[in-house]
Design a protein around this ligand. Sequence first.
Ligand SMILES: Cc1cc2nc3c(=O)[nH]c(=O)nc-3n(C[C@H](O)[C@H](O)[C@H](O)COP(=O)(O)O)c2cc1C
Ligand SMILES: Nc1ncnc2c1ncn2[C@@H]1O[C@H](COP(=O)(O)OP(=O)(O)OP(=O)(O)O)[C@@H](O)[C@H]1O
Length: 306
Amino acid sequence: MKILHALEEITDGEPRVFVLGFFDGCHLGHQAVFKEAAKLAEEKSAGIGVITFYPHPMSVLAPDIRVSLLQSEEEKAESFRKAGMDLAVFIRPTKEFLSETAESFLKSLADIPGIKGIVTGDNFSFGKGASGNVSSMKSYFEGSDVAVVTAPLVSEGGKVLSSTTVRTLIEAGKVEEAAKLLGRNYTMSGDVVHGFHRGNDLLGFPTANLRMPDARVLPADGVYATKTRIEGKCYPSVTNIGTNPTFGNSEKTIETFIIDFDEEIYGKSFTLEWVKYIRGEVKFDSVDALKAQIESDIETAKKIFF
Ligand SMILES: Cc1cc2nc3c(=O)[nH]c(=O)nc-3n(C[C@H](O)[C@H](O)[C@H](O)COP(=O)(O)O)c2cc1C
Ligand SMILES: Nc1ncnc2c1ncn2[C@@H]1O[C@H](COP(=O)(O)OP(=O)(O)OP(=O)(O)O)[C@@H](O)[C@H]1O
């Protein structure tokens, strides 16, 4: 899949239909848009491309607001690749770009060499003040050979599924419910970094500390059954996210005990899948009490996996 950063960089003239949106998380609603695009692409004998942004436009419009996301740019690109796309345009939003009128954005789309269609969800809006919508887009392209198709909105429990809903569930520790809406477990990737070395030396449970990812949605503090993917293999594991109140750390960490695993992995990169919340983080009176609880957490995780 080719990656570009501005609409003007699309010059190959390949016939393509484009999906439009931010697509944070590539949840089931977004996947419905991808499926609709695959159908239209087949009818038009065209490829599929995506026009999206990175970073989130809100971080440009209101730099003081911290925007936490469900996927890094690389993870999102991987989801697009899996959906069969051959081009992803990650526009780098600027204040000027975001203040463009809806009409001017439509003109930029019409000017893309080879464009055969546009697919969005029914609730897609665009342009300054989000003044453009699906019906203004349909009117603009009427009579041209660019088809505008919308995917019906996917709902869950009577509510339209959105990235915002998934973020809220994860922040509340409800990673299982989030997984149902994402169609996969919530994941995070990064390197194994050094912690305080208490895990192995003091507790007898070595933990792989994940480098704290930048601008990502974090599950609520607590202990979770997780899966750890490292060098092509997947292991059951148990993860603590929080400040280790027993030791009074000042910074939040994400540390994982991988079950039945004994390898040196400092500096290696791994992917964590958040499967199920087990319990909240507790301040224990003694190291022995914490050790006993970690043993019990491992047994709970084993019951979930085996
Ligand atoms: C499964 C699991 C559960 C944990 N639960 C708690 C907890 O409830 N309270 C706490 O203070 N620390 C908890 N910890 C974190 C330990 O305090 C931590 O592993 C230890 O301080 C080692 O940290 P280090 O990797 O920085 O050396 C837990 C760790 C694991 C692996
Ligand atoms: N539930 C859904 N069903 C079908 N299409 C959707 C759904 N949610 C979003 N889309 C479409 O997917 C594209 C990306 O939308 P967007 O990134 O705004 O998603 P969102 O989940 O609504 O995010 P947020 O919660 O941040 O507003 C748009 O074309 C949008 O219309």
